[in-house]
Design a binder for this molecule. Structure first.
Ligand SMILES: Cc1cc2nc3c(=O)[nH]c(=O)nc-3n(C[C@H](O)[C@H](O)[C@H](O)COP(=O)(O)OP(=O)(O)OC[C@H]3O[C@@H](n4cnc5c(N)ncnc54)[C@H](O)[C@@H]3O)c2cc1C
Length: 512
């Protein structure tokens, strides 16, 4: 067995011989490691950061079809139904076979997690019951609890997880078989792992600015406002796995697609608006309220009632220069303080929850440049560089719609059509920018999660999971298949290990 670049080992350097080496200890890497441990397969997880979990600590829940939980609740959604919806959504511009495989596995994956102690709190949906597929299984303690349960089970079963050990390169022999990795630990020592197979599970490239600019048109389109990033402050997801797979001649798929978010206030890090102080969370909630959203020209551009359908908002903002203004008057501001929001911000600020930190938030927002306040509509418009007559015209139009309780432009819900006081201020504007939380492009794979080259041939010994997989989404994250990203990550880890047991562990040394 030879490496592409043979590392020079010193006495302190470490060497492991295992069946499977897993690069990345997030959702897909841990699910692979746990599956290996359960099957008596010797695996090692190498994680770049000092802690495991990756983006996997964030998900509220995952897609599952045919779970025990659904059966108990009388939910009868079938894989055929979900597959049909997913294909309709992506217009078949995606890897249909891999998607079908992952959907087939999704229910078993949820049941498997619950066998390990993960608790399903409920099935949530962002859609009306008649539209919902009812597949989004919400975890008690969210993804963080799933990560904890999996890593504890792995350790109990004797599996090995090394943190602060980024994988640097693949070992590839002269027959093109991937035979291990070279990593580096916190002491700067080389860690060489020889294995029958490598699983790449490094979570995509959400925090690699250079790769985002290179591969994602939404980021590099001239004239577009800044794209916010909603992810951990310390983030290991820099495309390492994708670049290592490229070094083994793997092919890319769907690299231009992001999972976009609803807008965030123009203040970084965006994750503070999700999990920071109350005033930030409440300001983020105020931003998404369905009073009035306008683009940089002062025109409405979206049905404000559906602010939580985040992929749609992201796309609408992308078609409008990437920027929006949320406008409200003094009465609306008072309503939020005294009664809470009209529409929830996830489960973070919900109707009935008084937004008592809003005044503080507006004050801070004015200082930081993402909130604006004025005594007249015209003064507010000037502050946000919109033609005063245009903003007044849009507000008066919304007032007419509120009077007739009908929005003939975008069908905003009648209960969200509320009149502005056009004579007496104050008036407020909050600046929102597009945000994203995941990259969806990566390496081409087959239904066993094996990496493929540009000719569709398997790269022996190389498997790809989670956000490093490419070609599963067309232009947009599919929200109707709620929780698909984490579901696909968890299931792909399990499927990859099964493939390795069948294929790579059965290989004789002659084949290698
Ligand atoms: C804010 C937020 C909210 C989300 N909410 C949802 C949701 O509600 N539903 C849903 O389905 N999905 C959600 N997701 C997506 C979900 O978290 C991902 O789909 C999932 O975590 C992907 O798993 P993964 O294993 O590919 O990557 P991750 O879980 O991100 O793990 C990748 C790991 O690899 C490590 N790594 C990177 N490079 C190296 C290297 N060279 N060597 C070793 N280790 C390396 C990283 O540090 C990281 O720990 C959310 C994501 C975010 C950020």
């Amino acid at each position: 067995m030879q490496s592409m670049k043979s590392p020079v080992l010193s006495a302190a350097d470490q060497k492991y011989d295992v069946d499977i080496v897993i690069a990345g200890g997030g959702l897909s890497g841990l699910s692979a490691a746990l599956t290996a441990a359960e099957n008596g397969v010797k695996a090692i997880v190498l994680e770049k950061l000092p802690f495991v979990g990756g983006a996997g600590i964030f998900p509220e829940g995952s897609l599952g079809i045919g779970t025990r939980y659904q059966k108990e609740k009388g939910i009868t959604t079938t894989t055929d139904q979900v597959f049909a919806k997913v294909m309709e959504f992506h217009h078949w511009r995606c890897n249909a076979s891999v998607i079908r495989t992952l959907l087939n596995e999704s229910g078993k994956t949820i049941d498997w997690l619950t066998d390990h102690g993960v608790v399903i709190k409920n099935i949530r949906t962002m859609f009306p019951p008649e539209k919902s597929l009812q597949v989004w299984h919400i975890y008690e303690g969210h993804g963080a609890r799933v990560v904890k349960v999996m890593s504890e089970s792995i350790k109990k079963k004797g599996g090995l997880i090394l943190t602060r050990t980024p994988v640097k390169e693949l070992l590839i022999n002269n027959k093109g078989v991937v035979t291990g990795v070279v990593a580096e630990n916190a002491e700067g020592e080389t860690v060489t792992v020889n294995a029958k197979a490598v699983i790449i599970a490094t979570g995509g490239f959400a925090s690699n600015k250079r790769m985002l600019k290179k591969y994602v048109p939404d980021v590099s389109t001239p004239g577009m406002a800044k794209l916010m990033y909603r992810g951990p402050v310390v983030d290991g997801r820099k495309g390492d796995g994708i670049n290592m797979a490229l070094s083994a001649n793997a092919a890319l798929a769907g690299m231009g697609t992001l999972a976009g978010n609803s807008p965030y206030l123009d203040n970084e890090p965006a994750i503070r608006q999700f999990s920071g102080p109350d005033y930030m969370k409440q300001m983020r909630c105020a931003l998404s309220q369905p009073f009035l959203w306008v683009n940089k020209h002062g025109d409405r551009f979206y049905n404000e009632s559906f602010g939580s359908v985040f992929s749609d908002v992201y796309n609408a903002m992308t078609s409008n220069g990437g920027l929006m203004w949320s406008i409200f008057d003094g009465n609306m501001q008072k309503f939020m303080v005294e009664n809470g929001p009209l529409t929830p911000f996830n489960a973070i600020v919900v109707p009935g929850q008084k937004m008592t930190a809003l005044d503080e938030g507006i004050q801070k927002g004015i200082e930081l440049g993402f909130a604006f306040k004025a005594d007249t509509i015209e003064e507010l418009a000037n502050k946000i560089h919109i033609k005063p007559e245009k903003l007044r015209e849009t507000i008066e139009k919304v007032n007419r719609y509120a009077g007739q309780k009908n929005d003939p432009d975008f069908s905003r819900k009648p209960e969200h059509l509320i009149k502005f006081d056009t004579r007496n201020g104050p008036y407020y504007a909050l600046k929102g920018l597009r945000a994203f939380f995941l990259t969806l492009g990566g390496i081409q794979i087959n239904t066993k999660m094996q990496a493929l080259n540009g000719n569709g041939e398997v790269i022996p010994g190389l498997y790809v999971t989670g956000q490093d997989m490419g070609g599963l989404y067309d232009s947009t994250y599919d929200l109707l298949a709620e929780g698909s990203a984490s579901s696909f990550a968890l299931s792909s880890g399990r499927i990859a290990v099964r493939g390795i047991v069948q294929i790579d562990l059965a290989r004789t040394s002659k084949d290698v």
